[in-house]
Design a protein around this ligand. Structure first.
Ligand SMILES: *Cc1c(COP(=O)(O)O)cnc(C)c1O
Length: 394
């Protein structure tokens, strides 16, 4: 089988270089505490920011949709017809976001793949993209035929220089993550928008980690900065704070109409299942009614940062509940994470190069509204104990 020898060779290489992913097995619903590899652990690793991953309203809505709409959508929407549930979700999301219209997608990743290549389809187009943007933006940019201009992370002056460089482009698109998930910093969206307006460029923000987190009731980064009407394209995910699965694009009616005609993942891949969609509708309804889960999330994030900071850990420059604990060397961070799990029953993953720069390996802690104040204390105590044992700050 010489033709497939490269598979095992590559796997061996990944293992040797410490880049091999070992994936743990979850034996319970998502939540503040979970059963992981058969052990009950405090969960600091999910993007289930609001605890919606096992919310009773969402679960009930999904069960009901199974009875009313069955399990599958049948085919792509443009052929099989679109279910009323999808339209209801899109209307409710638009109202929640304060956007003219939205289009639901099978995932946040797909929402990016659907949007960028549909908007930019010629080397005469220019895309201006932050160097730390999410992999799904990078792939969407590759799929588009646009000329790429990569600007330095959150550097508005450098974006301006790139916009000058590409000023002859036919269509221009500035694209950024809203919240950068490895550091928890927020894109300087008001300044990016100003530069884009000057250059006649469209602006797109992928708010996967801001959706349900930033803004009033978690309406996202555009609401956070009061930029309604000035950001052409908002991409969101329904699989993080919304607790379910899927993604969406929000913007003008013409943008959404255009994507329904042109976006390949919309035209060539079936839609979300009825239970997914019904659960997403329930998530939007809960969040429209109350901002309590959002406030609890932020309180937990502040408490964790304060506790770890007091214990001498470096929690970086996060402006959101994302809490990186920067350790330095990859091997030390991995050992720290292993000891947290095995000795302290705390599940917090180490993240190292190439996901983050060399020398900044970290344990990334994701708190949620599903955590109680005593859970946050448990996490801090665990970090302190492992930190002491390993001679790392704390
Ligand atoms: C998580 C994430 C995505 C992917 O969202 P899914 O719904 O899981 O596909 C896209 N963009 C960013 C910035 C993300 O953080």
């Amino acid at each position: 089988m010489a033709n497939v020898d490269f598979l095992n060779a590559e796997l061996e290489r990944l293992k040797k270089e410490g880049l091999y992913n070992t994936i743990r097995t979850l034996g319970s619903p998502q939540g503040g505490w979970i059963v992981m590899d058969g052990r009950r652990v405090l969960n600091l690793c999910s993007n289930n920011y609001l605890g919606f991953g096992n919310h009773p309203n969402l679960v009930a809505a999904a069960k009901e949709a199974l009875d009313t709409h069955g399990i599958g959508p049948g085919a792509v929407r443009s052929i099989a017809g679109t279910m009323d549930l999808h339209l209801e979700l899109e209307e409710k999301l638009a109202a929640f976001k304060g956007a003219e219209a939205t289009l639901s997608m099978q995932s946040g990743l797909i929402a990016n793949l659907a949007t960028i290549p549909a908007l930019l389809d010629s080397p005469e187009d220019g895309v201006f993209t932050d160097e730390l943007n999410h992999a799904s933006i990078i792939d969407a940019v590759r799929l588009s035929k646009a000329t790429r201009y990569i600007y330095k992370h959150n550097d508005v002056a450098n974006l301006k220089a790139k916009l000058d460089e590409g000023k002859a482009a036919r269509r221009k698109l500035v694209v950024t993550d809203g919240v950068f998930s490895m550091d928890g910093d927020i894109a300087p969206l008001p300044d990016l928008v100003t530069e884009a307006e000057r250059a006649g460029a469209m602006v797109m923000v992928d708010d996967a980690h801001g959706e349900g987190v930033l803004g009033s009731h978690g309406r996202g980064i555009v609401d956070h900065f009061h930029l309604h009407g000035r950001v052409d394209i908002e991409v969101g995910t329904l699989s993080k704070a919304f607790g379910v699965m899927g993604g969406f694009v929000a913007g003008s009616r013409s943008l959404i109409e255009y994507l329904r005609q042109k976006a390949r993942p919309f035209l060539f891949s079936s839609a979300l299942t009825p239970p997914d969609v019904a659960a997403c509708i329930a998530a939007v309804e809960v969040l429209s009614r109350t901002d309590e889960p959002v406030r609890k999330l932020w309180e937990n994030g502040r408490a964790l940062k304060a506790g770890l900071g007091k214990a001498g850990f470096n929690t970086g420059k996060s402006e959101t509940p994302i809490t990186p604990v920067i350790i330095g060397e990859a091997a030390t961070a991995r050992e720290f994470s292993r000891r947290l799990f095995e000795e302290q029953n705390v599940f917090a993953q180490a993240i190292a190069f190439p996901t983050v720069p060399k020398g900044t390996a970290r344990i990334r802690c994701m708190v949620s509204a599903a955590h109680e104040p005593k859970d946050i204390q448990t996490a801090v105590d665990a970090f302190v104990r492992v930190g002491k044992a390993m001679g790392v700050a704390g």
